[in-house]
Ligand binder design. Structure first.
Ligand SMILES: Cc1cc2nc3c(=O)[nH]c(=O)nc-3n(C[C@H](O)[C@H](O)[C@H](O)COP(=O)(O)O)c2cc1C
Length: 252
C-alpha cells in the first residue's frame, strides 16, 4: 500500500498550506505513511514520478495497480483508426499482449478497422483506469499511445487464438464482423458449429480472417489524477535515430 501510494502519484510541494493538507491530514488517521508524505510534499498538484526512461514499465505498473484495485476490464482500450479519405473511427478492444516492441490486439481482417489499417497503417490507443485505491482515494489515469501498426505473422499469435475460450472461437468462426446479420441464422449457425465440436468433428482451427496487429509505440502520454488534485501529464517520445525515449511533464 505504501508503495502504491507514494511511488507514482505523489503531490509536490508548493510550499503553501492548501486544501490538500487537510485531506491528507485526514488520511493520516488511516496511514502514517500518507501523513508523512502530506507534511513533506503537500500541494494541490498530482505528481507522476518517472522511475526510468522506458514508458512500457510505467504502463505495466499502472495497469497492475488498476488490476490490484479491482478495476473493471483493465485491458480494455479505445482504438482510433482513419480511412484513406480521412474519416476517423474509434472502438474498444482488448489488449492481448504487451511485447517489448509493441501492443498486440486481435480482430477480424474483414472489419472496418482492418480496412482502415490496410489503408493507413497507423493508430492511436487510449486506456482509461478509474478506481478507488486502498486508501480510499479516487484515481483517474489515462495512457495515450500512438504509432505505426503492422499485421503480425500467424505463428506469433497462434497461441493467443488457441487460448481463447470456446464461445470466442465459435464467434470467430460464425461472425463476419461488421456484416448485416439475421439473429435466427446466426443462432442456427452457432448451434451447428457447437454440435460439430460436441461430436468431436472439429476443434475450431484459427480461421484465416482472424488477425493480430502490433502497434509500435512512438509516443506515449500518461495522465494521472487523484481525488480533487490538479492532474499531471508526462509525455514520452521515441527518438527515431537512437530508439531512446525522452520525456517531459505537460500541463493538464
Ligand atoms: C470491452 C470490449 C472489448 C472488445 N474487444 C474486442 C477485440 O479485442 N477485438 C475486436 O475485434 N472487437 C472487440 N470489441 C468489439 C469492438 O468494439 C467493435 O465493435 C468491433 O471490433 C467492430 O469494430 P469496427 O467495425 O470498427 O472494425 C470489443 C468491444 C468491447 C465493448
Amino acid at each position: 500500500m505504501t508503495v502504491l501510494f507514494s511511488s507514482i502519484l505523489t503531490s509536490r510541494s508548493l510550499g503553501n498550506f492548501s486544501f490538500n493538507v487537510i485531506n491528507k491530514a485526514c488520511a493520516c488517521l488511516k496511514s502514517s505513511t500518507v501523513f508523512r508524505d502530506s507534511m513533506e510534499t503537500a500541494s494541490d498538484l498530482t505528481y507522476i514520478e518517472v522511475k526510468d526512461d522506458n514508458p512500457l514499465d510505467l504502463f505495466r505498473e499502472w495497469q497492475q495497480e488498476a488490476k490490484n484495485c479491482a478495476t473493471i476490464m483493465p485491458a480494455t482500450f479505445c482504438l482510433a483508426t482513419v480511412s484513406k479519405e480521412g474519416k476517423v473511427s474509434a472502438r474498444n478492444l482488448i489488449l492481448r499482449r504487451l511485447d517489448e516492441d509493441g501492443f498486440v490486439m486481435m480482430t477480424d481482417r474483414r472489419s472496418r478497422k482492418s480496412q482502415n489499417l490496410s489503408e493507413v497503417p497507423s493508430a492511436a490507443m487510449c486506456f482509461l483506469w478509474a478506481y478507488k485505491n486502498d486508501t480510499g482515494e479516487h484515481v483517474a489515469r489515462q495512457v495515450r499511445i500512438e504509432g505505426p501498426v503492422a499485421e503480425m505473422k500467424k505463428e506469433d499469435y497462434q497461441e493467443l487464438y488457441d487460448s481463447e475460450p470456446l464461445p470466442c472461437k465459435i464467434r470467430s468462426h460464425i461472425c463476419h464482423q461488421g456484416k448485416k446479420v439475421e439473429w435466427d441464422e446466426l443462432k442456427a449457425s452457432h448451434d451447428r458449429v457447437m454440435q460439430s465440436v460436441v461430436d468431436g468433428k472439429t476443434d475450431l482451427p484459427m480461421p484465416d480472417h482472424f488477425v493480430a496487429y502490433k502497434l509500435e509505440p512512438l509516443t506515449m502520454e500518461f495522465y494521472g489524477q487523484r481525488d480533487h488534485l490538479i492532474a499531471d501529464r508526462v509525455s514520452f517520445a521515441k527518438d527515431s535515430k537512437t530508439g531512446a525515449w525522452n520525456h517531459h511533464h505537460l500541463a493538464a
